[in-house]
Design a protein around this ligand. Structure first.
Ligand code: V47
Ligand code: SF4
Length: 371
């Protein structure tokens, strides 16, 4: 139960009324929420929405990340993962090495998450063959692969349309696109931090095209670098508009910037309060996106757990091997076991629900429950 007088005192009464009535918040409402210093009041609003959608469920997935290569033609200033060809830290996995990683996971793997840099030489046929082989090797695992940025890169490299790239990859086994590469759509920020990369409009267009082809996507937001809170809100509103149009967004993932080993190493990491605020505002602004992910790799496990009270309903997954955050200084584990995730969610007071990439509940036989 909300105390209206309390929200009145905070200047948030109209927002409380909108949230209670399930009405859409404006950009100005988002500004006020970011300015609110009362974390309990803000968290309660987000928790109300989250609980209305998902009750006491908190989702997780048994997944594995695979980065096929960190060689990238772009040089985003916030990225510590990408390297140029010939750099001692550059890597490129062969098809056999990728398949070995996918095969090494015990039974019960539900999702394979595959991304890499925009590689100058790898052909689309390499990825088509790879997806086909993964599908044969692990018919039970859903393939979530290639950001909208990689899709646009493949199209440019092959001299074909992004539509054709998506169609060919879908035929080879692609299930959905992960949410990376969205960063913040603001042209001001992209010009400063990632001028070579697909622009914000381009990201939204590829996502919309994927949705129209029946390929769902996630969407991320990289925050805590040089963007303003206003630019974060504009990013959320752009995604909300996309979702109104296509309905193809599955999950939104706010990613706190990890500064180490990047060209922005002087920027201090985000604080816990800013992370929780951003989580809560995301939940409240993105009224048409069902799921908000607390990606423990970047947030820390403890803050991801707390995020479940600030609008998040998803804990992501077991991950197994993570490079993008860790090369930028993330101090978290490489992976969590299913058992650890169950404990973290239950200890936070939620009901753990194992899901697949599309958030369909996974029912496990006891013998298929990997550690
Ligand atoms: O696209 C790059 C971001 C993304 C840094 O869809 C950084 O389920 C923080 O998209 N600090 C990759 N972030 C991760 C990603 C993701 C992760 C988990 C689940 C899903 C999903 C998607 O990481 C990149 C970029 O936006 N990134 N550098 C950095 N220094
Ligand atoms: Fe390349 Fe992605 Fe890193 Fe940008 S964020 S440099 S596109 S790997």
């Amino acid at each position: 139960m909300f105390e209206t007088a309390y929200y009145e005192k905070l200047g948030l009464r109209d927002i409380l009324e909108k949230v209670q009535a399930g009405r859409r918040l404006s950009l100005e409402d988002g500004r006020k929420l970011f300015e609110c210093r009362d974390m309990n009041a803000l968290g309660s609003l987000a928790h109300h929405v989250r609980t209305g959608l998902h009750g006491d469920a908190a989702y997780f997935v048994v997944n594995r990340h695979v980065n096929y290569s960190n060689v990238c033609v772009n040089g985003c200033r916030f990225c510590a993962f990408s390297k140029k060809k010939g750099d001692p830290l550059a890597f490129e996995l062969s098809e056999a090495e990728i398949l070995e990683k996918v095969a090494a996971q015990g039974s019960g793997l539900t999702e394979v998450h595959i991304v890499g840099g925009c590689h100058p030489d790898l052909d689309l046929s390499f990825f088509e063959n790879l997806l086909k082989k993964i599908r044969n090797l692990r018919p039970d695992a859903f393939i979530k692969a290639f950001t909208a940025v990689e899709i646009a890169h493949f199209a440019k490299k092959e001299g074909i349309s992004t539509q054709e790239v998506l169609e060919r990859l879908k035929a080879a086994g692609l299930g959905m696109l992960p949410g990376g590469g969205a960063e913040v759509f603001s042209p001001r920020i992209r010009k400063m931090l990632c001028p070579e990369k697909l622009d914000g409009r381009g990201w939204l267009d590829v996502a919309a095209q994927a949705h129209r082809l029946g390929i769902k996507t996630n969407a991320t937001m990289l925050y805590g670098h040089m963007e303003t809170r206003e630019e974060r809100l504009e990013h959320m509103v752009a995604l909300r508009e996309l979702q109104d149009e296509t309905g193809g967004l599955v999950c939104f993932i706010p990613l706190p910037f990890q500064p180490a080993n990047t060209q922005l190493g002087h920027i201090p990491p985000t604080t816990g309060v800013e992370d929780l605020k951003t989580m809560a505002v995301s939940r409240l602004m993105l009224d048409n996106v069902a799921h908000i992910k607390a990606y423990w790799v970047m947030l820390s496990v403890k803050l991801a757990q707390a995020s479940l009270y600030y609008g998040a309903d998803d804990f992501d997954g077991t991950v197994v091997e993570e490079k993008i955050g860790h090369m930028a200084g993330a101090q978290t584990e490489q992976g969590l076991t299913r058992k650890e995730i169950l404990r973290l969610i239950a200890d936070a007071g939620f009901r753990p629900v194992e899901r697949d990439s599309l958030f369909r509940e996974v029912a496990r036989r006891a013998e298929d429950r990997c550690a």
